[in-house]
Design a protein around this ligand. Structure first.
Ligand SMILES: NC(=O)c1ccc[n+]([C@@H]2O[C@H](COP(=O)([O-])OP(=O)(O)OC[C@H]3O[C@@H](n4cnc5c(N)ncnc54)[C@H](OP(=O)(O)O)[C@@H]3O)[C@@H](O)[C@H]2O)c1
Length: 317
């Protein structure tokens, strides 16, 4: 089969399409024929070696949607021919930019018939991240006011949809090009993150929960706009969290800070099942900006880190 692998850490140029053996699934793994994979910033962190994968050479890619090619006694609930989607690969298991991937059953769920494969792949990691941040960490409730920084991003736009599905009041920030789209996805108010009066305007809404993908940049801002005791969930890399107790505004507001990693989600398969229901019902929509072939996976990863677009980029074998 064809797979996009790297043998050494480095820039997108270390990725190459290779002909390798199909994976041989273990007892609790499904062999999945890949219909679509999606591209996330974390794929580039593994590739460049800032988060090391467990082995080299490694096939890139965390997310997948496809069809079960082989299932067995150790994979109850799944049969050959089932449509599935999964995430959390490309780190301790070989990744998804390939024609086939072995997927442990603790990180896979059925993909409803009315959800396209590219949507399933694009949804997986970002929707689980949004779920874990908003629901598991922050316990977001209906009629609360939440702020989602970077609403046009993969995680951002999934979080806007998920927060709207919980009937929270949803505030988000994005470049002006995406404001209409984000209103369509469920945002009640959208602000330009570069606006001079951003802080003042957001503070008027008194957010009780904030999803922050750039804590280094917005830590002080969050403490300034949020209500006393608000929950802030930080998902991006940060230096500042180590010195969080030294941030006067945050201390004064008694901000309840959570840091999280999608890869540590305790019951990933159950969260994916919930995401599948929201996708099937139309309560959660995932935007796909464009698709690349395996041979252009290097370009897809470059685009994710350097270009601006709404939602996600996928790779299809
Ligand atoms: N902890 C976890 O489990 C976890 C899981 C997933 C992702 N992450 C991290 O979360 C971050 C976002 O991931 P992603 O997949 O959503 O990435 P993404 O799709 O590349 O989105 C990043 C977003 O940030 C926006 N942005 C750029 N500059 C900004 C600014 N100054 N203020 C506010 N927003 C700004 C961009 O908007 P424009 O295009 O309009 O500039 C873009 O929409 C990454 O650092 C990723 O590694 C962490």
């Amino acid at each position: 089969m064809r797979a996009v692998r790297y043998h050494d850490y480095g820039g997108p140029e270390v990725l190459g399409v290779e002909e390798i053996d199909r994976p041989d699934p273990g007892g609790h793994e499904l062999l999945v024929r890949v219909e679509a994979a999606s591209v996330n910033p974390v794929d580039t962190y593994f590739r460049e070696g800032s988060y090391e994968p467990y082995e080299l050479p490694m096939t890139s890619g965390s997310d997948v949607a496809g069809v079960v090619e082989a299932a067995g006694e150790g994979t109850p609930g799944f049969e050959e021919g089932d449509r599935v989607f999964a995430t959390g690969l490309g780190r301790d298991h070989q990744g998804t930019y390939a024609e086939y991937v072995a997927v442990p059953t603790d990180r896979v769920a059925h993909l409803p018939e009315n959800v396209a494969f590219d949507t399933g792949a694009a949804a997986a990691l970002v929707s689980v991240t949004a779920w874990r941040a908003l629901i598991d960490h922050a316990g977001l409730e209906p009629a609360e006011t939440c702020l989602i920084h970077g609403g046009s991003g993969g995680v951002g736009h999934a979080a806007v949809g998920l927060a709207a599905a919980t009937s929270a009041e949803v505030l988000t920030t994005a470049s002006p090009d995406y404001h209409d789209d984000l209103a369509d996805l469920g945002a009640d108010a959208v602000f330009d993150y570069a606006a001079d009066d951003l802080e003042e305007r957001v503070a008027e809404y008194e957010p009780t929960m904030i999803l922050d993908h750039r804590l280094d940049e917005y830590l002080d801002f969050d403490a300034s706009v949020a209500v006393q005791g608000a929950r802030v969930v930080g998902i991006g890399n940060t230096q500042s969290a180590a010195g969080w107790e030294n941030v006067p505004a945050a201390r004064g507001k008694e901000i309840d800070l959570h840091l999280m990693s999608m890869f540590n989600t305790p019951d990933l398969a159950t969260v994916l099942e919930r995401i599948a229901r929201l996708l099937a019902s139309g309560d959660l929509s995932i935007a796909i900006d464009r698709s690349y072939g395996l041979e252009d996976a290097d370009e897809a990863q470059r685009a994710v880190m350097e270009e601006s677009f709404l939602g996600k980029v996928v790779v299809e074998p």
